[in-house]
Design a protein around this ligand. Structure first.
Ligand code: ADP
Ligand code: ADP
Ligand code: ZN
Length: 218
């Protein structure tokens, strides 16, 4: 099963992708995480992406399409994957369709997470993640079970994203409305999309997503 999660920054894509990956044995593919790894590693792609990400813009279609194409071709993705943060533009969606077609694969379900703009900002302000395994947390909404210790791997090191600040969030939200939200119509027209209310609890949203996937796979 191959899935796409759509939604503005802070909607809960990463959180829900983590749950879906564990539940269904899927590989989580986050272009944001891949780009942050490239920035950290100081690769050519990382150098190009860094300045754009700091400003809250979108990295070029060429770069992200190349990254995803290489990653999807790896053997572990054959068991199914969940795309979190890709595609983000119509050309990226078209490129995805082409690469899947040539491997005789398809997208089984696209789930859009809908959240209020204010909730999104609050979610981003409190976001942090485990520096070792990448598990996602929130100061108020999803704290670690034991303070300062990762639930998943026991690490005591955490990080916050450089682009999770009030200024950049506005730019990222604008990019979402301008460039990414047209994908909602694109996938709806293909009868591949369900919209889920992302304002509930993490567990509530998770249950709604499972329902949406079942409906689409009918
Ligand atoms: P995205 O990947 O869409 O940017 P995340 O999954 O990283 O969003 O979620 C943003 C922040 O909000 C994280 O700190 C996460 O723990 C928290 N969060 C996610 N889903 C919910 C929810 N349903 N209710 C409250 N907080 C949430
Ligand atoms: P969020 O979870 O808050 O939506 P991501 O981690 O998905 O953020 O992405 C962080 C940043 O990485 C984006 O603001 C953008 O600069 C870049 N990025 C990630 N995925 C893409 C993509 N598919 N196309 C272009 N830029 C991307
Ligand atoms: Zn961890």
């Amino acid at each position: 099963m191959n899935l796409i999660l759509l939604g503005p920054p802070g909607a809960g894509k990463g959180t829900q992708a983590e749950l879906l990956a564990a539940k269904h044995g899927l590989v989580q593919l986050s272009t944001g995480a891949m780009l942050r790894a490239a920035v950290k590693a100081g690769t050519e792609v990382g150098r190009q992406a860094d300045a754009i990400m700091k400003k809250g813009g979108l990295v070029s279609d060429d770069i992200v399409v190349r990254i995803i194409k290489e990653r999807i071709a790896e053997p572990d993705c054959a068991k199914g994957f969940i795309l979190d943060g890709f595609p983000r533009t119509l050309p990226q969606a078209a490129a995805l369709e082409n690469m899947l077609k040539s491997s005789k694969l398809r997208v089984d379900a696209v789930v859009e997470l809908k959240v209020d703009d204010e909730a999104m900002v609050a979610r981003i302000a409190g976001r942090f993640s485990c520096a070792k395994c990448g598990a996602g947390y929130h100061d108020a909404f999803k704290p670690t079970k034991v303070a300062g210790v990762c639930d998943s791997c026991g690490s005591t090191e955490f990080s916050r994203r450089a682009d999770d600040n009030a200024e950049t969030v506005k730019a990222r939200l604008l990019e979402y409305y301008k460039q990414t939200s047209p994908l909602v119509g694109y996938y709806y027209a293909k009868s591949a999309l369900e919209t889920v209310d992302g304002m509930g609890s993490i567990e509530g949203v998770s249950a709604a997503i499972e329902g949406a996937i079942e409906k689409l796979r009918g």
